[in-house]
Write a protein that binds this ligand. Structure first.
Ligand code: PEP
Ligand code: MG
Length: 328
């Protein structure tokens, strides 16, 4: 079976009726880079940059960040590299930031100063990261992603900083592309999903983070064992929010992808394609099986299936439908 999945690497992620699906990798540490080519990833749909700030006592400076981004962007050639700015807060703790950003850990860290909220409160961190990313943006196909967005103004404010940093770099003689890399928003809270039509007016693309979206929608901590049985991305509430966000993006012909764990489950591919998604980002190791699933599907069947699923309001019914897909 290994060789069969290996051969898939060169085959396109194309449905039986000729729809192309983009399958990209989520990257948590650069050491995973060699896996991408092997898995046949078409770029990086989510580069988590937390690793740059972890296991160290001080902050990485701009040049240190540049060298890591450069290595990754160059390794990916013309394929897209979606660099997400630091998503700190919530359950993710970073020692190097303790001095710069003294985190008074409130009663609900996951509802506190996390992701873009923290970066806008400490714009010097965001400026430095934007500068480092912009300095490699001429070397490949870079995109920039903002975590934990909940209101359109966060994207607008981040974009002002982004453009100001770009102007400063140009004045300094850096060569940046005429058109700056797209600036996208993670849709990973119910608030963002339900305001997706407004956020879409400020963002250049969406990446739907179903890990946090499920957590925040269902009020179930991702890391809490006692409530793990309630953590279910197939809960209709999560799916309806995803659908709302996908449709807001598609109406504007704006790129939208899913980059939560859900995207790497081959059984969920019919549903995701049926909701209109054509771009999925996942752990590299999941790509061959997801591609296999894509290549066995018709979009019409997926759309019909998604309509049936979206009529359900009982999570157990949805799970059953997903398990039975293709057998009826
Ligand atoms: C998500 O929340 O689904 C996501 C992709 O981001 P992370 O898992 O890094 O929080
Ligand atoms: Mg997330």
């Amino acid at each position: 079976e290994r060789t069969r999945l290996g051969k898939l690497r060169r085959l396109p992620a194309e449905t039986l009726d000729g729809q192309i699906v983009e399958l990209q990798a989520n990257l948590e540490i650069p050491a995973e880079l060699p896996l991408l080519d092997h898995a046949g990833a078409q770029g990086i749909g989510l580069l988590r940059t937390e690793f740059l700030f972890m296991n160290r006592k001080d902050l990485p400076d701009e040049d240190a960040q540049v060298s890591v981004y450069r290595m990754i962007v160059e390794a990916m050639g013309h394929d897209p590299v979606t660099i997400r700015v630091l998503d700190w807060g919530g359950e993710k703790e970073i020692e190097a930031l303790a001095e710069t950003v003294p985190m008074a850990v409130g009663p609900n860290p996951a509802l506190g100063l996390r992701g873009i909220r923290m970066l806008l409160k400490h714009p010097e961190l965001l400026e430095e990261q934007f500068a480092a990313i912009l300095r490699v943006s001429n070397l490949g196909n870079v995109r920039v992603l903002l975590p934990m967005v909940t209101i359109p103004a966060e994207v607008a404010e981040a974009r002002e900083i982004y453009e100001r940093v770009a102007r400063r770099l140009r004045r300094r003689g850096e060569s940046l592309p005429d058109k700056l890399p797209p600036l996208g928003a993670m849709i990973e809270t119910p608030g963002a999903a339900l305001a997706a039509d407004a956020i879409a007016l400020e963002a250049d693309f969406f990446a739907i983070g179903t890990n946090d979206l499920a957590m925040y929608t269902l009020a179930v901590d991702r890391a809490e064992i006692d409530v793990a049985h309630l953590y279910d991305p197939l809960h209709p509430a999560v799916l309806r929010l995803m659908q709302f966000a996908v449709e807001a993006a598609l109406r504007l012909r704006m790129p939208v992808s899913v980059c939560g764990e859900m995207a790497g489950n081959p059984r969920l591919v019919p549903l995701l394609l049926g909701l209109g998604l054509r771009s999925l980002s996942m752990n590299a190791s999941a790509i061959p099986r997801v591609k296999q699933a894509v290549r066995a599907l018709n979009i019409d069947d997926c759309a019909r299936f998604a309509r049936r699923v979206m009529e359900q309001s009982d999570p157990a019914q949805i799970t059953e439908l997903v398990e039975k897909f293709g057998t009826a």
